[in-house]
Design a protein around this ligand. Structure first.
Ligand code: G6P
Length: 369
């Protein structure tokens, strides 16, 4: 295969890109992340402009849309401003509430997605300011936006996005802190805590990668399943959406992600003996709620793989497999946690003999409507 050399010894581009994430994250943070300030060269929003903005909207497609959901959560948390999130294909066709006091944030790995580009044009026509988070320098989206934040992840070849996603989440975390500083909502202690957490992410991803054998084993034990469910609450719910998308894109296993509190409003009806449930339980304030959800699916025979923070040994007897991430701030967990779900999707795909890098019916960049 002529592409083999570029895979750097890995079997697939996706696996190579998964392993490039520690470096990608470091490149995202370099020169930008300090204990008392965030420096974003091509983002020219000042405190005055922030004051004139009364609406923030985040619009994107696919994986980038999931990064947008994390962004909404973090901006609301650190800057205390209400944020709406929507897929670009919905936003552009619904006469959105957008005017000169709106900040539209778009996220796009390629910078060429047709619906996202159309959303920018629509918002600009109505006078909104547009900030783009993208991986491709000089892309259409980078050129048309007023402010740009590059993810610096390096070229992403595999259709299933991995390093672009974690760097998008990294950028959203930086942006949320930046906004919080501009409008005086973030205190010094939070800045120090979260920026130091961000600096740890490369090492945290490295540690997650170290668990690849155990994830592979779990995937090879379960690859014949027809359905799987991802459950989580808060930030973990968005990680679940992304993990579920990854799994269906490349392994063609039907999967869904649910906010765990919604289980009893429907999805629990689908849980039977052997149903695989991936329970993401990294958020401290809802850990006990997650443990209850796990007990409920286990009582119906589910096979549960969980991800939790170290120190929560009480989860061990309740699940079939558990991966522990080190103690860290809840706001940092989406970055290392998704790595487990990327590897799970990857090994499920390999075990099923699928074309990992070029899944059927999917394109790396959707430039047509
Ligand atoms: C396609 C790709 C996805 C990607 C989405 C948005 O569907 O297969 O991996 O998340 O487009 O692409 P963008 O380049 O705008 O991030």
């Amino acid at each position: 295969d002529p592409g083999d050399a570029e895979k750097g010894g890995y079997d697939h581009f996706m696996l190579k890109e998964i392993h490039e994430q520690p470096k990608a994250m470091a490149d995202t943070l370099t020169g930008r992340c300090f204990p008392d300030k965030i420096v974003l060269d091509d983002v020219n929003l000042d405190a005055e402009t922030m004051k004139s903005i009364n609406r923030i909207q985040i619009v994107a497609c696919g994986t980038a849309y999931h990064a947008g959901m994390v962004g909404k959560y973090l901006i609301e948390k650190f800057a205390r401003v209400a944020v709406e999130t929507e897929p670009a294909s919905e936003y552009r066709y619904k006469d959105p509430l957008v005017d000169a006091h709106t900040l539209l944030i778009v996220i796009s790995q390629s910078g060429e997605t047709a619906d996202t580009l159309a959303a920018i044009r629509l918002a600009k026509e109505k006078g909104a300011r547009v900030l783009a988070i993208t991986n491709v320098v000089g892309s259409s989206i980078a050129r048309e936006a007023d402010d740009v934040l590059y993810t610096n992840a390096g070229p992403e070849i595999a259709v299933a996005s991995t390093k672009a996603y974690v760097t998008q989440v990294g950028c959203m975390t930086l942006l949320a802190l930046h906004f919080g500083l501009l409008n005086g909502q973030v205190d010094k202690a939070t800045m120090k805590r979260v920026t130091s957490g961000l600096k740890d992410t490369s090492a945290l991803i490295e540690k997650a990668l170290g668990d690849h054998d155990k994830i592979k084993e779990y995937a090879y034990e379960h690859f014949k399943i027809d359905d799987m469910y991802f459950i989580g609450r808060g930030l973990d719910y968005y990680t679940c959406l992304e993990g579920s998308l990854k799994a269906k894109e490349i392994s063609y296993i039907h999967s869904d992600a649910y906010a765990a509190g919604e289980l009893k409003h429907g999805p629990i009806a689908l849980v039977d003996a052997g149903t695989v449930v991936i329970a993401v339980c990294t958020q401290e304030n809802v850990f006990d709620k997650m443990l209850n959800a796990i007990k409920e699916v286990k009582a119906r025979g589910a096979n549960v793989m969980a991800i939790a923070k170290e120190g929560h040994d009480e989860i061990i007897p309740e699940v079939d497999q558990v991966f522990f991430i080190p103690e860290m701030d809840d706001e940092i967990t989406p970055i290392p946690t998704v790595v487990y779900l990327q590897l799970l999707a990857y090994y499920l795909s390999v075990a099923r003999g699928c074309d990992v890098d070029k899944p059927k019916n999917l394109a790396k960049s959707v430039t047509v409507e």
